[in-house]
Design a protein around this ligand. Structure first.
Ligand SMILES: [Zn+2]
Ligand SMILES: [Zn+2]
Length: 406
Protein backbone atom coordinates (compact mmCIF):
# COMPACT_ATOMS: atom_id res chain seq x y z
CA UNK A 1 0.00 0.00 0.00
CA UNK A 2 1.48 3.37 -0.93
CA UNK A 3 2.80 5.58 1.90
CA UNK A 4 0.32 8.26 2.88
CA UNK A 5 -2.61 5.95 2.18
CA UNK A 6 -2.67 3.67 5.21
CA UNK A 7 -6.39 2.90 4.99
CA UNK A 8 -6.20 2.18 1.25
CA UNK A 9 -8.96 4.68 0.44
CA UNK A 10 -6.94 6.40 -2.31
CA UNK A 11 -6.10 3.00 -3.79
CA UNK A 12 -9.78 2.00 -3.81
CA UNK A 13 -10.71 5.29 -5.45
CA UNK A 14 -8.15 4.66 -8.18
CA UNK A 15 -9.53 1.14 -8.66
CA UNK A 16 -13.08 2.55 -9.03
CA UNK A 17 -11.83 5.13 -11.55
CA UNK A 18 -9.99 2.43 -13.50
CA UNK A 19 -13.14 0.28 -13.60
CA UNK A 20 -15.32 3.21 -14.70
CA UNK A 21 -12.98 4.42 -17.42
CA UNK A 22 -11.36 1.28 -18.77
CA UNK A 23 -13.40 -1.73 -17.66
CA UNK A 24 -11.51 -4.95 -18.29
CA UNK A 25 -12.65 -8.48 -17.38
CA UNK A 26 -9.07 -9.75 -17.42
CA UNK A 27 -7.53 -9.59 -13.94
CA UNK A 28 -4.00 -8.90 -15.26
CA UNK A 29 -5.24 -6.11 -17.53
CA UNK A 30 -7.06 -4.53 -14.57
CA UNK A 31 -3.84 -4.62 -12.55
CA UNK A 32 -1.93 -2.98 -15.41
CA UNK A 33 -4.49 -0.20 -15.78
CA UNK A 34 -4.44 0.43 -12.04
CA UNK A 35 -0.63 0.51 -12.01
CA UNK A 36 -0.73 3.05 -14.85
CA UNK A 37 -3.16 5.33 -12.98
CA UNK A 38 -1.08 5.04 -9.82
CA UNK A 39 2.05 5.96 -11.74
CA UNK A 40 0.39 9.06 -13.16
CA UNK A 41 -0.85 10.07 -9.72
CA UNK A 42 2.57 9.50 -8.13
CA UNK A 43 4.05 11.78 -10.78
CA UNK A 44 1.80 14.51 -9.41
CA UNK A 45 -0.87 14.64 -12.12
CA UNK A 46 -4.61 13.97 -12.01
CA UNK A 47 -4.89 10.49 -13.58
CA UNK A 48 -8.48 10.97 -14.80
CA UNK A 49 -7.71 14.29 -16.47
CA UNK A 50 -4.68 12.68 -18.13
CA UNK A 51 -6.76 9.70 -19.18
CA UNK A 52 -9.49 11.88 -20.65
CA UNK A 53 -6.96 13.90 -22.65
CA UNK A 54 -4.94 10.82 -23.54
CA UNK A 55 -8.01 8.92 -24.76
CA UNK A 56 -8.73 11.68 -27.27
CA UNK A 57 -5.10 11.79 -28.35
CA UNK A 58 -4.69 8.05 -28.69
CA UNK A 59 -8.02 7.05 -30.23
CA UNK A 60 -9.16 10.19 -32.07
CA UNK A 61 -12.76 9.81 -33.23
CA UNK A 62 -13.12 6.40 -31.60
CA UNK A 63 -12.49 8.00 -28.21
CA UNK A 64 -16.13 9.08 -28.08
CA UNK A 65 -17.16 5.62 -26.91
CA UNK A 66 -14.84 5.85 -23.94
CA UNK A 67 -15.74 9.38 -22.96
CA UNK A 68 -18.78 10.55 -21.04
CA UNK A 69 -21.83 11.29 -23.20
CA UNK A 70 -21.52 14.73 -24.81
CA UNK A 71 -23.90 17.45 -23.80
CA UNK A 72 -26.89 17.93 -26.04
CA UNK A 73 -25.97 20.62 -28.52
CA UNK A 74 -28.41 23.16 -29.84
CA UNK A 75 -27.80 23.64 -33.53
CA UNK A 76 -30.61 26.10 -33.73
CA UNK A 77 -32.04 28.06 -30.91
CA UNK A 78 -35.75 28.35 -30.32
CA UNK A 79 -35.30 31.81 -31.68
CA UNK A 80 -35.44 31.50 -35.48
CA UNK A 81 -32.55 33.83 -36.18
CA UNK A 82 -29.54 33.16 -33.97
CA UNK A 83 -27.88 29.78 -33.51
CA UNK A 84 -26.82 29.31 -29.93
CA UNK A 85 -24.40 26.78 -28.65
CA UNK A 86 -23.84 26.34 -24.93
CA UNK A 87 -20.27 26.64 -23.72
CA UNK A 88 -18.75 23.50 -22.34
CA UNK A 89 -18.26 23.96 -18.63
CA UNK A 90 -14.64 24.49 -17.64
CA UNK A 91 -13.18 21.27 -16.31
CA UNK A 92 -12.75 21.57 -12.58
CA UNK A 93 -9.43 20.14 -11.45
CA UNK A 94 -10.12 17.41 -8.92
CA UNK A 95 -6.66 17.53 -7.38
CA UNK A 96 -3.68 19.80 -7.03
CA UNK A 97 -1.02 19.14 -9.69
CA UNK A 98 1.65 18.66 -7.00
CA UNK A 99 0.58 17.04 -3.81
CA UNK A 100 3.05 15.69 -1.29
CA UNK A 101 1.45 13.44 1.30
CA UNK A 102 1.69 14.15 5.00
CA UNK A 103 4.54 12.13 6.53
CA UNK A 104 3.43 9.86 9.36
CA UNK A 105 5.05 11.94 12.13
CA UNK A 106 4.48 15.31 10.47
CA UNK A 107 2.36 18.06 11.93
CA UNK A 108 -0.41 19.43 9.68
CA UNK A 109 1.05 22.96 9.28
CA UNK A 110 4.40 21.49 8.23
CA UNK A 111 2.65 19.46 5.51
CA UNK A 112 0.87 22.62 4.33
CA UNK A 113 4.20 24.47 4.28
CA UNK A 114 5.82 21.66 2.20
CA UNK A 115 2.88 21.65 -0.20
CA UNK A 116 3.23 25.41 -0.71
CA UNK A 117 6.96 25.12 -1.35
CA UNK A 118 6.40 22.23 -3.78
CA UNK A 119 3.87 24.39 -5.64
CA UNK A 120 6.34 27.32 -5.70
CA UNK A 121 4.01 29.59 -3.69
CA UNK A 122 5.09 31.55 -0.56
CA UNK A 123 3.69 29.56 2.38
CA UNK A 124 1.90 32.54 4.01
CA UNK A 125 -0.02 33.18 0.78
CA UNK A 126 -0.78 29.50 0.17
CA UNK A 127 -2.12 29.15 3.73
CA UNK A 128 -4.28 32.25 3.32
CA UNK A 129 -5.67 30.95 0.02
CA UNK A 130 -6.52 27.44 1.16
CA UNK A 131 -7.53 28.16 4.75
CA UNK A 132 -9.22 31.53 4.36
CA UNK A 133 -8.06 33.49 7.38
CA UNK A 134 -5.74 31.14 9.18
CA UNK A 135 -6.04 31.49 12.95
CA UNK A 136 -3.10 31.76 15.32
CA UNK A 137 -2.84 28.02 15.70
CA UNK A 138 -3.82 26.25 12.49
CA UNK A 139 -2.92 22.82 13.87
CA UNK A 140 -5.50 23.15 16.62
CA UNK A 141 -8.15 25.17 14.87
CA UNK A 142 -8.46 23.77 11.34
CA UNK A 143 -12.09 22.82 10.67
CA UNK A 144 -13.06 19.25 9.70
CA UNK A 145 -14.71 20.52 6.48
CA UNK A 146 -11.45 22.24 5.48
CA UNK A 147 -9.50 19.06 6.21
CA UNK A 148 -11.86 17.06 4.03
CA UNK A 149 -11.41 19.48 1.14
CA UNK A 150 -7.61 19.55 1.50
CA UNK A 151 -7.46 15.74 1.77
CA UNK A 152 -9.40 15.45 -1.48
CA UNK A 153 -7.28 18.06 -3.27
CA UNK A 154 -4.08 16.38 -2.16
CA UNK A 155 -5.17 12.78 -2.85
CA UNK A 156 -4.84 11.43 0.69
CA UNK A 157 -7.41 10.21 3.16
CA UNK A 158 -9.13 12.50 5.63
CA UNK A 159 -7.96 10.27 8.50
CA UNK A 160 -4.32 10.44 7.44
CA UNK A 161 -4.34 14.22 7.06
CA UNK A 162 -6.37 14.79 10.23
CA UNK A 163 -3.87 12.63 12.14
CA UNK A 164 -1.40 15.51 11.83
CA UNK A 165 -3.62 18.08 13.55
CA UNK A 166 -3.97 18.83 17.23
CA UNK A 167 -7.72 19.27 17.10
CA UNK A 168 -9.62 18.12 20.14
CA UNK A 169 -12.77 17.57 18.12
CA UNK A 170 -11.37 15.55 15.21
CA UNK A 171 -10.50 12.12 16.62
CA UNK A 172 -8.90 9.64 14.24
CA UNK A 173 -6.92 6.45 14.72
CA UNK A 174 -3.24 7.26 14.95
CA UNK A 175 -0.78 5.23 12.90
CA UNK A 176 2.24 5.24 15.21
CA UNK A 177 2.96 4.70 18.93
CA UNK A 178 4.11 8.33 19.17
CA UNK A 179 0.84 9.51 17.62
CA UNK A 180 -1.15 7.43 20.10
CA UNK A 181 0.81 8.92 23.01
CA UNK A 182 0.35 12.46 21.73
CA UNK A 183 -3.41 11.94 21.46
CA UNK A 184 -3.59 10.77 25.08
CA UNK A 185 -1.72 13.92 26.14
CA UNK A 186 -3.89 16.06 23.89
CA UNK A 187 -7.03 14.76 25.58
CA UNK A 188 -5.49 15.62 28.96
CA UNK A 189 -5.00 19.19 27.79
CA UNK A 190 -2.00 20.24 29.93
CA UNK A 191 0.92 19.13 27.81
CA UNK A 192 0.34 20.99 24.58
CA UNK A 193 2.57 24.05 24.19
CA UNK A 194 0.41 27.02 23.36
CA UNK A 195 1.06 30.67 22.67
CA UNK A 196 -2.01 32.06 24.37
CA UNK A 197 0.01 34.38 26.60
CA UNK A 198 2.90 36.52 25.38
CA UNK A 199 6.17 36.41 27.32
CA UNK A 200 7.34 39.27 29.53
CA UNK A 201 8.92 40.99 26.52
CA UNK A 202 5.60 40.86 24.69
CA UNK A 203 6.82 38.25 22.19
CA UNK A 204 4.67 35.28 21.18
CA UNK A 205 5.55 32.24 23.24
CA UNK A 206 7.23 29.44 21.32
CA UNK A 207 4.95 26.52 20.59
CA UNK A 208 6.86 24.58 17.96
CA UNK A 209 10.21 23.05 18.91
CA UNK A 210 12.74 21.47 16.54
CA UNK A 211 15.87 19.35 16.42
CA UNK A 212 18.39 20.98 14.06
CA UNK A 213 20.01 17.67 13.25
CA UNK A 214 16.67 16.07 12.30
CA UNK A 215 15.92 19.01 9.99
CA UNK A 216 19.41 18.88 8.53
CA UNK A 217 19.35 15.15 7.80
CA UNK A 218 15.69 14.70 6.78
CA UNK A 219 15.20 13.64 3.16
CA UNK A 220 12.10 15.83 3.33
CA UNK A 221 12.68 18.38 6.12
CA UNK A 222 9.56 18.64 8.26
CA UNK A 223 8.32 19.50 11.74
CA UNK A 224 7.17 16.62 13.94
CA UNK A 225 3.79 16.66 15.66
CA UNK A 226 5.49 15.49 18.85
CA UNK A 227 7.55 18.71 19.00
CA UNK A 228 4.43 20.59 20.10
CA UNK A 229 4.35 18.86 23.51
CA UNK A 230 5.93 20.02 26.75
CA UNK A 231 7.32 16.61 27.70
CA UNK A 232 9.43 16.58 24.50
CA UNK A 233 12.73 18.17 25.42
CA UNK A 234 15.46 16.01 23.89
CA UNK A 235 15.80 14.39 20.47
CA UNK A 236 16.44 10.76 21.41
CA UNK A 237 17.86 10.04 17.96
CA UNK A 238 20.53 12.72 18.14
CA UNK A 239 21.01 13.24 21.88
CA UNK A 240 20.60 17.01 21.66
CA UNK A 241 18.19 19.40 23.32
CA UNK A 242 15.39 20.67 21.08
CA UNK A 243 15.33 24.38 20.24
CA UNK A 244 12.13 26.28 20.94
CA UNK A 245 13.04 29.54 19.20
CA UNK A 246 15.03 30.71 16.22
CA UNK A 247 18.69 30.33 17.19
CA UNK A 248 19.57 33.72 15.65
CA UNK A 249 16.74 36.18 16.38
CA UNK A 250 15.00 34.22 19.19
CA UNK A 251 11.66 34.51 17.39
CA UNK A 252 8.96 31.85 17.71
CA UNK A 253 8.82 29.39 14.81
CA UNK A 254 5.68 29.65 12.67
CA UNK A 255 6.28 27.98 9.29
CA UNK A 256 3.06 29.24 7.70
CA UNK A 257 4.12 32.88 8.10
CA UNK A 258 7.14 32.29 5.86
CA UNK A 259 7.39 34.36 2.69
CA UNK A 260 10.30 32.37 1.28
CA UNK A 261 9.94 29.46 -1.13
CA UNK A 262 12.73 27.17 0.00
CA UNK A 263 12.67 23.46 0.84
CA UNK A 264 14.97 24.09 3.81
CA UNK A 265 13.16 25.25 6.94
CA UNK A 266 14.00 28.85 7.79
CA UNK A 267 13.02 31.32 10.47
CA UNK A 268 10.14 33.36 9.01
CA UNK A 269 11.48 36.52 10.67
CA UNK A 270 15.21 36.54 9.98
CA UNK A 271 15.58 33.81 7.37
CA UNK A 272 18.12 31.82 9.41
CA UNK A 273 18.32 28.14 8.45
CA UNK A 274 16.96 26.15 11.38
CA UNK A 275 19.01 23.10 10.42
CA UNK A 276 22.13 25.19 11.07
CA UNK A 277 21.30 25.83 14.73
CA UNK A 278 24.05 24.80 17.18
CA UNK A 279 23.57 21.43 18.87
CA UNK A 280 23.16 21.53 22.65
CA UNK A 281 24.40 18.27 24.15
CA UNK A 282 21.72 16.45 26.15
CA UNK A 283 23.38 13.06 26.51
CA UNK A 284 22.52 12.92 30.21
CA UNK A 285 18.84 13.63 29.69
CA UNK A 286 18.46 11.32 26.69
CA UNK A 287 17.79 8.06 28.65
CA UNK A 288 15.22 9.88 30.79
CA UNK A 289 13.50 11.19 27.68
CA UNK A 290 13.47 7.74 26.12
CA UNK A 291 12.05 6.18 29.30
CA UNK A 292 9.40 8.89 29.54
CA UNK A 293 8.31 8.30 25.94
CA UNK A 294 8.02 4.57 26.65
CA UNK A 295 6.04 5.11 29.87
CA UNK A 296 3.66 7.52 28.19
CA UNK A 297 3.13 5.05 25.36
CA UNK A 298 2.40 2.38 27.97
CA UNK A 299 -0.10 4.76 29.55
CA UNK A 300 -1.82 5.39 26.21
CA UNK A 301 -1.84 1.73 25.17
CA UNK A 302 -2.40 -0.19 28.41
CA UNK A 303 -3.87 2.05 31.10
CA UNK A 304 -7.61 2.74 31.06
CA UNK A 305 -8.54 6.36 30.26
CA UNK A 306 -10.11 6.96 33.68
CA UNK A 307 -6.90 5.84 35.40
CA UNK A 308 -4.55 8.06 33.40
CA UNK A 309 -5.38 11.30 35.16
CA UNK A 310 -3.59 10.22 38.32
CA UNK A 311 -0.34 9.68 36.40
CA UNK A 312 -0.60 12.85 34.35
CA UNK A 313 -1.39 14.95 37.44
CA UNK A 314 1.85 13.81 39.06
CA UNK A 315 3.90 14.13 35.89
CA UNK A 316 2.65 17.59 34.98
CA UNK A 317 3.53 18.81 38.47
CA UNK A 318 7.08 17.43 38.17
CA UNK A 319 7.71 18.56 34.62
CA UNK A 320 6.50 22.11 35.30
CA UNK A 321 5.06 22.03 31.84
CA UNK A 322 3.17 25.28 32.05
CA UNK A 323 3.18 27.44 28.95
CA UNK A 324 5.60 29.79 30.67
CA UNK A 325 8.29 27.18 31.24
CA UNK A 326 11.32 27.39 29.00
CA UNK A 327 12.87 24.34 27.46
CA UNK A 328 15.96 24.77 29.66
CA UNK A 329 13.80 24.49 32.77
CA UNK A 330 11.98 21.51 31.36
CA UNK A 331 15.27 19.75 30.65
CA UNK A 332 16.24 20.31 34.27
CA UNK A 333 12.93 18.79 35.38
CA UNK A 334 13.47 15.80 33.09
CA UNK A 335 16.86 15.13 34.69
CA UNK A 336 15.15 15.07 38.08
CA UNK A 337 12.85 12.15 37.18
CA UNK A 338 14.68 9.40 39.06
CA UNK A 339 14.71 6.09 37.26
CA UNK A 340 14.42 3.97 40.39
CA UNK A 341 11.42 5.77 41.85
CA UNK A 342 8.85 6.24 39.08
CA UNK A 343 5.93 6.51 41.51
CA UNK A 344 7.27 9.82 42.78
CA UNK A 345 6.94 11.47 39.38
CA UNK A 346 4.64 9.18 37.36
CA UNK A 347 2.21 8.35 40.16
CA UNK A 348 1.38 5.00 41.73
CA UNK A 349 -0.83 2.96 39.39
CA UNK A 350 -4.33 2.14 40.60
CA UNK A 351 -4.04 -1.42 39.37
CA UNK A 352 -1.06 -3.34 40.75
CA UNK A 353 -0.42 -5.11 37.43
CA UNK A 354 0.99 -1.88 35.99
CA UNK A 355 3.59 -1.32 38.71
CA UNK A 356 6.28 -3.71 37.43
CA UNK A 357 6.04 -2.71 33.75
CA UNK A 358 6.19 0.98 34.60
CA UNK A 359 9.17 0.41 36.87
CA UNK A 360 10.99 -1.49 34.12
CA UNK A 361 10.27 1.16 31.52
CA UNK A 362 11.51 3.81 33.92
CA UNK A 363 14.75 1.85 34.30
CA UNK A 364 15.30 1.87 30.55
CA UNK A 365 13.81 -1.43 29.35
CA UNK A 366 12.55 -0.91 25.82
CA UNK A 367 8.78 -1.15 25.37
CA UNK A 368 9.00 -3.94 22.81
CA UNK A 369 11.12 -6.01 25.22
CA UNK A 370 8.71 -5.49 28.09
CA UNK A 371 6.70 -8.72 27.81
CA UNK A 372 9.88 -10.82 27.60
CA UNK A 373 11.46 -9.04 30.55
CA UNK A 374 8.34 -9.45 32.69
CA UNK A 375 8.28 -13.19 31.85
CA UNK A 376 11.96 -13.47 32.87
CA UNK A 377 11.21 -11.76 36.13
CA UNK A 378 8.27 -14.07 36.86
CA UNK A 379 10.40 -17.13 36.06
CA UNK A 380 13.08 -15.96 38.46
CA UNK A 381 10.48 -15.29 41.12
CA UNK A 382 9.27 -18.89 40.73
CA UNK A 383 12.84 -20.21 41.10
CA UNK A 384 13.22 -18.15 44.24
CA UNK A 385 9.97 -19.46 45.70
CA UNK A 386 11.02 -23.07 45.07
CA UNK A 387 14.34 -22.57 46.80
CA UNK A 388 16.49 -22.34 43.67
CA UNK A 389 19.43 -20.05 43.21
CA UNK A 390 18.72 -16.47 44.22
CA UNK A 391 18.03 -14.54 40.99
CA UNK A 392 20.03 -11.51 39.98
CA UNK A 393 18.03 -8.32 39.79
CA UNK A 394 16.26 -8.53 36.44
CA UNK A 395 16.33 -4.77 36.08
CA UNK A 396 20.10 -4.60 35.90
CA UNK A 397 20.69 -7.42 33.44
CA UNK A 398 19.72 -8.43 29.95
CA UNK A 399 20.21 -6.93 26.51
CA UNK A 400 18.43 -3.68 27.32
CA UNK A 401 21.08 -2.24 29.57
CA UNK A 402 19.10 0.12 31.76
CA UNK A 403 20.19 3.57 32.81
CA UNK A 404 22.07 3.88 36.08
CA UNK A 405 19.97 4.21 39.20
CA UNK A 406 20.39 7.64 40.63
ZN1 LIG B 1 17.00 14.90 15.97
ZN1 LIG C 1 15.13 34.26 13.26
Amino acid sequence: MPPGDPSGEAERRLARDAEAWLPAPDRDARALILAFLREVEDAGADPIAELRDGTRRWFGARAAAALPAPRRELSQADSDTIALEPLSPARQPTMWPQRPKRLTDEIFSSWLWRTAVTAGVPPYRFARDVLGTPGDDVDRDVAPATLRRLAQLSGQTFEHLAGGTLSETVIVTQETPAGLTEDALLRDGRFLLNGEKADRLGRPRPVLQYCPRCLETDARPHFRRGWRFAHAVVCVDHGCRLHDRCWVCRGAIMPLTSRVVDARLRCPACDAQLGGAPLVDATRARPRQRALHAMLFYLAARIAPDERRLHLDTLSGCLSNRATTSIVQRERSLLGLHAAAPNSWFGQPIRAEHAVPLHMLSMGVMFDRLAKTVAQRQRRARIRSTGGHPPPDVLTTGPDQPVAIR
